[in-house]
Design a binder for this molecule. Sequence first.
Ligand code: TXA
Ligand code: MG
Length: 327
Amino acid sequence: MSNKIQTELLKCNDNNIKKASEYLKQGHLVVFPTETVFGIGGDAFSDKAIKKIFKVKKRPIFNPLIVHIKDKDSIEDNAIINKKAEILINYFMPGPLTLILPINKKSKISKFVTAGLNTIALRVPSHKIIKSILEEFGRPIAAPSANISGKPSSTRANDAYNAFKGLIPCIMENKDAQIGLESTVVGFYEGNPVLLRYGALEVEKIQDILGEKVLIRNSIKKTEKVLSPGQTLRHYSPVATIRLNAVKAKKNEVFMGFGKLPENVLGKNLSENRDLSEAASNLYSTLIDLDELCFKSNKTQIAVASIPNIGIGKTINDRLKKASNKN
Ligand code: TXA
Ligand code: MG
């Protein structure tokens, strides 16, 4: 007998928000859009739900999850806030910022969420669907990006459906534009901010508000101490290999353009007008589509046009660089 679950794609309305919340109460997982990428979430208090997240995503258990909470006031139920964290909370939450803070002893979050660390990742999302689910459910939701570990994140309900159909009961759809890149992750070392993952919130904005440079530890060298376990893993990678800073496509390649596509090339554009925000919101869906195009047209590699390394372009380049890593 098959133990597959029927997976429904649900439109966002009050009834379906209630339905999603009911599923969470029963210990199921739910996929929902956020202002960054889609998340696959479960009850952050439930060991059973959290173990399911690691299982369906095939995520290594040492890689901790982000806990999504409904408002800033809930941060103190779970974590200890320092002075600089308080400034960032006041300026950037709700929004695409995740803070890594020491766990507060009174927190009821499952120990599997934090993978045995004494810190916790917290984020207050601003997107109306996840906000309504958090409100209705009444507990924090642990949610990584809605993709199989190592693959490109989902920015379309259908990509999440293809990854998790038969494993979870529902996926909330979304038509609104999304930023398309994950939240910026900031931790603290001896009270000072450290950027652990480039993300949707530009690091320059964080530096402006704090009035100081933020130490960048977005990736690690083999000799360094691991500050964020996700940095050690292969990420965002399609099946096809990736070649960066390409001008045109070779025989075995399809092309990912930024600006006009070269003539007669098989490929897709991130942004015809060279708009970095548009490119960000198209990045993961284009990677997924070009991977499929490679498969269908017997090609093995995606050649990617060079992207300006400014503002959100830094995050796009970070993702592309990690996606192109061969191990
Ligand atoms: O935009 C986002 O952040 C999306 C949406 C769904 O909210 N979520 C997301 O989650 O990108 P995920 O699991 O794909 O990435 C979480 C990152 C991982 O690299 C993980 O290692 C890091 O946050 N992380 C979580 N807890 C941590 C902790 N206590 N210390 C250091 N890094 C931590
Ligand atoms: Mg992820």
